[in-house]
Design a protein around this ligand. Structure first.
Ligand SMILES: CC(C)(COP(=O)(O)OP(=O)(O)OC[C@H]1O[C@@H](n2cnc3c(N)ncnc32)[C@H](O)[C@@H]1OP(=O)(O)O)[C@@H](O)C(=O)NCCC(=O)NCCS
Length: 146
């Protein structure tokens, strides 16, 4: 069985490993801890058989009632079992409780599966941001209205 809970400091190594396996950018452990400190309720991990197998992290901006997904990753061995959807659903619930009216994120145009994943779950393509990633790739901005 899979369950979703808040990130704890002891999850850092597992989360970093999943990020390294799944995401093209390199993220420092300090970045994860900064996100954890800024809004812990939005940094969630998925646990299966007592192992962290995925995570989602984001930020909330009460000034414009928006939330942003910074990272979402599931360990490659655990994909297509609904774990990414569970993480996203819990994140959306947390954002709703805080009064967010929209959630946005950026995805690489080359990340076909993630684009499909978000589109199937109510996100729309809203914009293209040139030179968004460190390798110069643009980012597709996607929004889901709550
Ligand atoms: C995107 C991601 C988080 C989805 O996690 P997941 O646990 O596999 O998600 P779910 O099982 O809930 O849903 C899988 C959905 O992803 C898409 N998808 C993922 N892998 C796919 C594949 N190999 N072929 C086709 N579609 C795929 C489909 O929309 C699929 O939905 P479906 O099963 O209803 O067809 C995961 O693929 C991942 O970690 N990717 C690498 C990191 C990344 O790209 N993150 C998003 C950008 S921040």
């Amino acid at each position: 069985m899979v369950y979703i809970r808040n990130f704890q400091r002891g999850d850092l190594e597992a989360v970093q490993k999943i990020a390294d396996l799944s995401l093209k950018e390199n993220y420092s452990s300090e970045l994860f801890l900064t996100i954890h400190r800024s809004w812990n309720g939005s940094f969630l991990v998925a646990v299966k058989d007592e192992k962290v197998v995925g995570f989602i992290s984001g930020l909330n901006n009460p000034k414009d009632s928006s939330s942003r997904i910074l990272m979402l990753s599931v360990h490659p061995a655990y994909r297509r079992q609904g774990i990414g959807s569970s993480l996203l659903n819990t994140f959306v619930q947390r954002c709703s409780k805080l009064g967010s009216s929209q959630i946005y994120l950026e995805v690489r145009p080359s990340n076909r599966y993630a684009l499909e994943f978000y589109e199937k779950r109510g996100f729309e393509r809203a914009d293209v941001i040139e030179d968004f990633y460190t390798n110069g790739e643009s980012g597709i901005k996607m929004i889901r209205y709550l």
